[in-house]
Design a protein around this ligand. Structure first.
Ligand code: 5GP
Ligand code: ZN
Length: 121
């Protein structure tokens, strides 16, 4: 689904990851720049479980517009760079897409999981 105007504004007001990006809801921030925030998952499924989240509200990988794919590439690059800086050698990067794909939060995000016995979220 691609939303715009007032509907998108209302979604962004209520979206938990938009609120975290705006620092209206607390999170343990690992890295941040103008476009992206990386924070610890509140219910970690591995020793290290971070979420890479673009500040722009996009519903899901299935709703990425043609001119937004650069943002998605940027998420992967940022995940790799924060992993390298943190000394993570092996890790998983996971996009859950849609309810059947395990997506619960409707703001696109990339799971970074490392260490211990990893269960895919
Ligand atoms: P999904 O299942 O949508 O791919 O993953 C959403 C993830 O967001 C879940 O792993 C869940 O634990 C995490 N999450 C949901 N709400 C919050 C929150 O308020 N803060 C943080 N840090 N993580 C959250
Ligand atoms: Zn959002």
């Amino acid at each position: 689904m691609v939303y715009s105007g007032k509907v998108l504004e209302r979604i962004m007001e209520n979206c938990i990851f938009c609120k975290i990006s705006r620092h209206e809801v607390e999170s343990e921030v690992v890295a941040e720049d103008e476009t992206t925030i990386v924070f610890k998952d509140i219910h970690p499924k591995a020793q290290t479980h971070w979420l890479v989240v673009p500040k722009k509200h996009i519903h899901s990988v299935s709703a990425v517009a043609e001119d937004e794919w650069g943002l998605v590439l940027d998420m992967v690059k940022k995940a790799a760079s924060v992993a390298k800086r943190s000394g993570l050698i092996g890790y998983k990067l996971v996009f859950n897409v849609g309810r059947d794909g395990g997506q619960v939060v409707d703001h696109v995000h990339l799971h970074l999981l490392a260490g211990g016995k990893m269960e895919l979220p």
